[in-house]
Design a protein around this ligand. Structure first.
Ligand SMILES: Cc1cc2nc3c(=O)[nH]c(=O)nc-3n(C[C@H](O)[C@H](O)[C@H](O)COP(=O)(O)O)c2cc1C
Length: 369
């Protein structure tokens, strides 16, 4: 079995997020914005794989957000995407993302096992419970009360892990699932389970991640060092309290240029001049963030970060400045960053050429063999 790089010893692991979605994580119609097609996806995935990125992660999205970009309107399905990407890569851990209420565990068990075989044991599963009600309405799926969604996810995970590990047929009766003669083959190559990831931000979400996931994506609420460190430590200590270890990853949006001024000018250009205000307002409205709930300066700041990179952590400046900022994230206890760029193709290449060598010099990563 090939080894999954997810848990290698690099101090800061690297991933790419939302490569499977039109406009990725950036809500702008600037030149070179990510239109998303298979040939470009393949180029970025193979380039990142070759350079030793640990993770390629698709986002599960079913509907766009309107505006001139119709942000995330086109998305490749996360399971078939992961299977295809697995077949054309050799190193990276390939994720699928699943909305647990929309896929039965018996079907998902087989989809995941298939990808684990295609990737030779490099697969991992991002479990999400649902973020946007309008997506669930397309499925006539029940939109459960927030914390109940995580109870449902726990039962879903229990069942899929039994399907992955038990050789004999079993009967399962829980609160939501009742299944006779449950069974699945082939089993995943990775034992005892494929790695599980979750991105819950609420207390219920964090509890689920701490008790069931190997990694959690954290949306850093505080951008100051002490606030971020406490948030990361809180999650890790919740896991330790139930005798588990959890890695913490954050989403970062990147603009790297030869000078800091050039990077900031470009950021301001694609956000302020070319940002899609309609789409970002629609997105924030779904989160309940609007002029009734927030003062206008705070709302403007949210708009800026969501257009720039879906509210992720900004890594803006020269390669040296970005690596210094990454050092701060390492000190906060962050284990990995999931990157989004405006132009995945050009800027991933630039990251590989300019930033990775500096990360290696700084001792944040080992060169890939
Ligand atoms: C990095 C990251 C990736 C996420 N990916 C998805 C996704 O693909 N699909 C989705 O519906 N939700 C996604 N989410 C949303 C989370 O699953 C979660 O619902 C959200 O962070 C709110 O937390 P809560 O559910 O605990 O309230 C993502 C969140 C983060 C921070």
């Amino acid at each position: 079995m090939g080894s999954n790089p997810l848990f290698n010893s690099n101090k800061m692991k690297l991933g790419i997020i939302a490569l499977n979605c039109s406009h990725g994580s950036t809500i702008t119609d600037v030149e070179n914005a990510w239109q998303m097609n298979w040939l470009d996806t393949k180029s970025v995935a193979q380039m990142a794989d070759n350079a030793g990125f640990e993770v390629l992660l698709p986002v599960a999205r079913w509907k766009g957000y309107g505006g001139v970009t119709n942000f995330n309107n086109k998305t490749f399905d996360t399971f078939t995407w992961a299977s295809a990407i697995s077949a054309i890569t050799e190193y990276s851990c390939i994720f699928s993302t699943v909305h647990v209420p929309l896929v039965h565990p018996v079907a998902a068990a087989k989809q995941c096992a298939t990808i684990d075989h295609v990737s030779n044991g490099r697969f991992a599963l991002n479990i999400v419970c649902g973020w946007f009600r309008n997506e669930f309405e397309m499925f006539s799926a029940e939109w459960r009360e927030h914390d109940v969604r995580y109870e449902y996810a726990s039962e879903w995970l229990t069942l899929i892990q039994r399907l992955w590990s038990e050789d004999k047929e079993f009967t399962y009766k829980g609160r939501w699932f009742e299944t006779k003669g449950a069974w699945s083959e082939p089993k995943p190559l990775q034992k005892p389970s494929v790695p599980i990831m979750n991105a819950g931000g609420s207390e219920a979400g964090k509890k689920f991640a701490a008790s069931s996931a190997d990694m959690s994506f954290v949306l850093l609420k505080d951008r100051d060092f002490e606030g971020g460190r406490k948030q990361v430590e809180h999650l890790k200590s919740m896991a330790r309290a139930v005798n588990r270890e959890i890695d913490v990853w954050v989403h970062a949006y990147v603009v790297c240029r030869d000078t800091e001024q050039e990077a900031r000018d470009y950021l301001n250009y694609y956000v302020k001049e070319r940002g899609d205000k309609t789409a970002v307002n629609n997105l924030l409205q779904i989160f309940g963030l609007n002029s009734q709930t927030l003062p206008s300066d705070v709302l403007d700041e949210y708009r800026f970060h969501f257009i720039a990179g879906h509210g992720g952590y900004p890594l803006i400046g020269t390669a040296d400045q970005i690596v210094e900022e990454i050092e701060i994230l390492i000190k906060m206890g962050v284990n990995g960053i999931l990157i989004s760029w405006v132009d995945y193709l050009g800027e991933c290449r630039q990251w590989i050429e300019k930033v990775i060598p500096v990360m290696e010099q700084a001792g944040q990563r080992e060169p890939k063999n």
